[in-house]
Each structure stands twice: as C-alpha cells, then as structure tokens.
Design a protein around this ligand. Structure first.
Ligand code: NAD
Ligand code: ZN
Length: 358
C-alpha cells in the first residue's frame, strides 16, 4: 500500500512502515527512544514491534494501565515523571504503541514534556488506525468529560501494521468499524456501499478498507486542520454518541460501552434527525439502520434517561456561544455543518432508535 505523504508527516503501511521507521531512526539522531504501551499492547504488540526496529539508540518502555478511565492527567503525570527519571531530554523520541488511549495520551505527553519533543504513532487497534492516530488531536479526559484538555500536533509519522489486529478482540474491531462507517457516510457513498454485506470475518478486504478510511480522514483533516469547517463533519454521530457514552460512564449500573458502540447508536440517531431536518431520504435512513443493527447490539437507553443525556450535550466541545451544533447528512457522502436541533426532535430520535431493534 502506497504511503500517504503530507508536508510535515507521513503515514506508512505494513512492511514499508518499518523500513521508513528504521531509516528515520538512522537519519535523525535521537538521544533515547521511549515506547509508551498499555498493559495489553505491552504483551501483544511490543515484542513484534521491537523485533522490527533496527537502531543503536537505547529504547526504554513506559507502560500505562489499559482503558479509557486511565486517559487522564494523573496518568500523564506518571509518564512525565518516568521520562524525567529516565533522563529524557529534548532530543528524545516518544513512540506511542497502542490504541487511541495510548496515542491520544502519549501524543499529549510528548507535546508538553519540555515544551514538546518528537513523537510518532504506531496504532494497534482498528479505531486508532483509522481515526485516533491520524489528524494530530491529542489529549486526555477531565473526569467524565472526554478529551477536554489537549493540543493539536500531528507528530512525525504514523505507522500502520494491520497484523496487530490479529489479537484485537472482536468487540474492539466493531468499535473501530463505526468510524469507518462514519467516513463513508460523510465522504463517499462508494466507500459506504462496500459495507453493505460486509462482516468482521471478511479479513481479506480489511487492509484495503483501512487504507481508504485513513485516506478519507487524512484528506479531511489536511484540508481543515483546526476544525473551522470541513473537519467538523468528522463529528457526525458523535454529538449524541458522546453524550450517550458519557452517560454510560457516569452510571455504574450500566454495562461498559465502547466508543464505537456509542457512535453506532449516534449515527442512527443523527441520521434520523437528518431525515427530519436535512432532506436525508427515508431509503438511506433504512439502509443505515439495516447495516448498523446487523453489526451492533442495541445500546439500552430508557425514556427516563433521555433528558439526562440531553443535559450532557451542554459539555460538547463543538458548542459555541451556548449553541449545540450538529452535523447532519443531506445525502450519504454529503454532510451539512452547524445545524441547530430542538430537544423534542432529539427525544423523537431516541424513540426511533429504540424501535429499530424491536
Ligand atoms: P484503547 O486504546 O483503550 O484500546 C482498546 C483496547 O484494546 C485496550 O484494552 C487496549 O489495551 C487493547 N488493544 C489495543 N491494541 C490491541 C491489540 N493489537 N491486541 C490486543 N489488544 C489491543 O481504545 P481505542 O478504541 O483504540 O481508542 C479509543 C480512544 O481513542 C478514546 O479515548 C477516544 O477519545 C480516542 N480517539 C481519538 C481520536 C483523535 O482524533 N485523537 C479519534 C477517535 C478516538
Ligand atoms: Zn469517534
């Protein structure tokens, strides 16, 4: 697969990725290399990664606990302290080897340690490959509020080795798949159509689908790196998806909900609102519902939970001047930005979602 080359960073795939990494490590003389892993990628991904790295430079490993609840400033403090204890100077390199938690947190740590040192991402989950590791958004959560503190900085390169996915649990695959579906919905009907009868078992086609998804995300963020316009479309499914995700996080009685599961629900909710407000056709709505309900289990949202979830929209990062801004769809592939939505329509959307699974 051909590399994707930007002005200030590049994305490389599979065997080529290690060639680029090794030549980069031999060209830029780093003082030390720090690989940030979580407890899972330490066991499943680190041995393979290290076996492919050729460098004389000392490599240190910094491990964080796995899971979104550790994507916070306390974990950053632990990593900053570990870097200081291990004599990381301004010529050190951080390599984030993990899912979106490691790439988001590790990127933020790198951008802030000594006012910023070099870093690169080696995403190991599907979600991190097609989404989190591309586009330069780094950061951590503040309590239950997602990604409230962070910076935008793309790092030096992204190395995507799809063979890491062999050990990723199915449910995590589904989590990443939601972002790929979103990419089709906001950017390309042709790409979306490829998921019509696709299942997680179609491994042969996965590499090409990942490549195309990365290309879509890359194209969008390159055109609008600071989210003034087109980049906002990537938030499709995320306004209500994030609110549902936060609601589940704050309620101990709820099961663990993965980001992509919440986004899959958010996609149906926001497609319904698009149908009501943005001329999205009933036929397209039915198609979206059919694909999502085939791939994803229902996210339980009782009617007495609608209002508390709507309350959480106040914290959405896309809000400006007190307004909640939705991305809607006019067609598959054509987003409509900055739409205002009344609360009663959101309630109707939750009812619609609940009926999709009956
Ligand atoms: P994650 O990093 O928690 O990874 C999911 C789980 O899979 C973890 O338990 C992890 O240890 C494990 N894992 C990762 N790779 C593995 C492998 N190859 N084999 C076995 N287990 C493996 O979560 P995620 O779904 O990768 O990412 C979610 C995070 O990404 C969220 O915090 C979200 O906010 C963030 N995100 C960021 C952006 C962005 O633009 N920066 C975009 C989307 C999502
Ligand atoms: Zn997402």
């Amino acid at each position: 697969m051909t590399s994707i080359q930007a002005d200030n960073y590049s994305i490389h795939f599979n065997a080529e990725a290690y060639k680029h990494l090794n030549s980069y490590l031999n060209t830029v003389k780093f003082s030390k290399i720090f690989v940030i892993v979580d407890s899972n990628t330490h066991d499943y991904c680190l041995p393979k990664f290290l076996a492919n790295v050729e460098t004389e430079v000392t490599i240190e490993i910094i491990e964080i606990e796995a899971g979104e609840i550790h994507k916070n400033i306390e974990t950053c403090v632990g990593v900053w302290e570990a870097l200081a204890e291990l004599d990381a100077d301004r010529k050190a390199l951080i390599i984030n080897l993990g899912g979106g938690v490691v790439t988001d947190l590790g990127g933020f740590v790198a951008c802030t340690y000594k006012r910023g040192i070099s870093y690169l991402n080696v995403p190991t989950s599907l979600l991190a490959m097609v989404d989190a590791s591309v586009g330069g958004k780094t950061g951590v959560d503040l309590g239950v509020l997602k990604n409230q503190v962070g910076v935008i900085n793309s790092g030096e390169m992204v190395l995507i080795d799809t063979s890491f996915l062999q050990t990723l649990p199915d449910i995590q695959m589904l989590s990443g798949l939601a972002e790929m579906l979103k990419h089709g919905l906001i950017y390309s009907r042709n790409y979306w159509n490829k998921f019509n009868d696709w299942t997680l078992k179609n491994f042969d086609e996965l590499d090409a689908l990942i490549y195309e998804s990365v290309q879509i995300k890359y194209d969008i963020v390159t055109e609008d790196p600071f989210e003034n316009d087109r980049r906002k479309s990537l938030n499709f499914g995320h306004t209500l998806g994030h609110a549902v995700e936060s609601f589940y996080l704050t309620n101990p009685s709820k099961r663990e909900l993965l980001h992509g599961e919440a986004i899959a629900a958010g996609i149906i909710l926001e497609c319904f609102i698009s149908y009501k407000l943005a001329e999205f056709s009933k036929k397209d709505l039915d198609e979206v519902v059919s694909i999502i309900t085939r791939l994803y289990q229902k996210v339980e949202i009782n009617s007495n939970e609608y209002n508390p979830i709507i309350e959480l929209l106040k914290h959405d990062k896309k809000n400006s001047y007190g307004n909640i801004n939705f991305v809607l769809l006019e067609n598959i592939g054509s987003p409509k930005l900055d739409c205002k939505v009344e609360n009663n329509l959101i309630v109707e959307a939750f009812d619609f979602y609940n009926n999709c699974y009956k």
